[in-house]
Design a protein around this ligand. Structure first.
Ligand SMILES: *[C@@H]1O[C@H](CO)[C@@H](O)[C@H](O)[C@H]1NC(C)=O
Ligand SMILES: *[C@@H]1O[C@H](CO)[C@@H](O)[C@H](O)[C@H]1NC(C)=O
Ligand SMILES: *[C@@H]1O[C@H](CO)[C@@H](O)[C@H](O)[C@H]1NC(C)=O
Length: 209
């Protein structure tokens, strides 16, 4: 009697201690772990901040700089002011439950991955004070987007978010923007160096929602 009972308890224990089992792919690998390991590998992390990001540990909710929902889905990547450099991997778009990305005050370069546009639950993205260049990808559901002090160029993005795009190299027009609030001070193609009027404010065409 004892041995089968013990095996059953062990099985229950194993099942109940694997909360991310729902995300196991056919090959038995957690897709969020895979995506985060690629992100780790493209970032340069001189202070070993991401050393707990271990492919074999299986549970990303126990890793530094990661926040999870109560049901163990990765909802936040939060590593501001950590001397990170290198690139932000496009596999960020595979973290389908992501709501918050805080990577401001680092030295990350390259383009902002267009894949973030896939993330339906993404609300807050702070990438201020890095070295991102290229265009701002579309991402419709955002509420807060701070990209100030980078080297971004291309058109003013169409999003209803609160936008801080100051100190980049964006071009206009702002007219018709959906932004709830915006700041584009310090973008020479839109705002002259000594003229701040029209460079920030609420949307020229107010949104009622
Ligand atoms: C990320 O998603 C893409 C597209 O669905 C897929 O092709 C790729 O294998 C995924 N990458 C990882 C590391 O999971
Ligand atoms: C970024 O890199 C520059 C040059 O390597 C360095 O001086 C600066 O302190 C770094 N900034 C951050 C926030 O890590
Ligand atoms: C700013 O962007 C324009 C075109 O969009 C480009 O010609 C110019 O070189 C850029 N300036 C800087 C400082 O990157």
């Amino acid at each position: 009697m004892e041995a089968p009972f013990f095996s059953l308890m062990l099985l229950l224990l194993l099942v109940s201690s694997s909360p991310s089992a729902a995300l196991l792919s056919a090959k038995g690998v957690n897709t969020e772990v895979q995506a985060l390991i690629v992100i780790k590998n493209l970032l340069k992390d001189p202070h070993g901040l991401l050393k707990s990001w271990d492919q074999n540990s299986g549970d990303p909710c126990s890793w530094a700089m990661i926040t999870c929902s109560p049901d163990f889905l990765v909802t936040g990547l939060e590593a501001p002011s950590q001397h990170l450099s290198g690139l932000l991997a496009p596999t960020i778009g595979n973290l389908t439950n992501l709501e918050t990305v805080l990577l401001q005050n680092n030295n990350i370069t390259g383009p902002i991955p267009t894949e973030i546009g896939r993330l339906a639950n993404l609300k807050t993205v702070y990438l201020s004070r890095n070295k991102f260049y290229g265009e701002i990808p579309n991402s419709v559901g955002l509420r807060y987007l701070r990209l100030n002090n980078n080297i971004l160029s291309g058109p003013f993005p169409s999003t209803s978010a609160n936008l801080d795009l100051s100190y980049n190299n964006l071009s206009g027009p702002i007219q018709g923007s959906l932004a709830t609030r915006y700041n584009v001070v310090g973008n020479p193609l839109i705002c002259d160096a000594n003229r701040e009027q029209g460079c920030y404010g609420t949307a020229p065409m107010p949104m009622f929602h």
